[in-house]
Design a protein around this ligand. Sequence first.
Ligand SMILES: [Zn+2]
Length: 240
Amino acid sequence: MIICPVCNTTNHHLEIICRQCGGYIQTKIENIDLFQKLWQLIENPVKAFKHIAIAKHKNYIIFLTSLFGMSFLFLLFEYINIGRIINRGVLIALAGMGGGIVFGFFFLVILTWITLGFSKLFKSPPTKFWNLFSVIAYSTVPIIYIFIFLLPIKLLTFGIILYTSNPSPVLVNASVSYISWFLEALMFAWFIFLFNTASRVVFEFNFFKAITMTLALLLSLVVGIVIVINYISSSIISSH
Ligand SMILES: [Zn+2]
């Protein structure tokens, strides 16, 4: 909450203009500078998310959403060994890129809805969907780094084996396998940390409340995803 210095009205903490007198209650931010924000997510994530949430134009959101979708989809392809059904690398690449754009958008829309639902259980102040969507999109940056920096190395090392597990990538190059698992786990942990920070900023939660909500949400999400993936994998296996 922000108290207006002019008329003493209590305003939502992400408002720029006082709802009573129309005076400025905090610095207006027009645009989001992508590279500045990427750095700020490391240096001062609270400040980064605050700026993203109050920025008038949510720049690069669709771009980040698409890259996140591609990154996540290529990881899913590895997990379900998609090479067993699609045996041409080009087709897997096209499916990941094209599907990723759609998948990323739907995944983050659903994640934002679920987060809004959970935040109500934890008694958050009213929150705009688009504000929450934009901070969540920026919190997926670590997952995007997997796609940009790690996937090319894995593809150069393993080629199509990455998606067939025949033979297992560990047998081809154990060190690249273990290092990429470690880095992927690290990036997921960083994503969870950023997501938690984003929810603290948007919902004005303290650390304890935010981490409780994040863990509850994460648990339901992981259980949901595992059920869906296993359902898809088993139907693929039974159809072959
Ligand atoms: Zn005022």
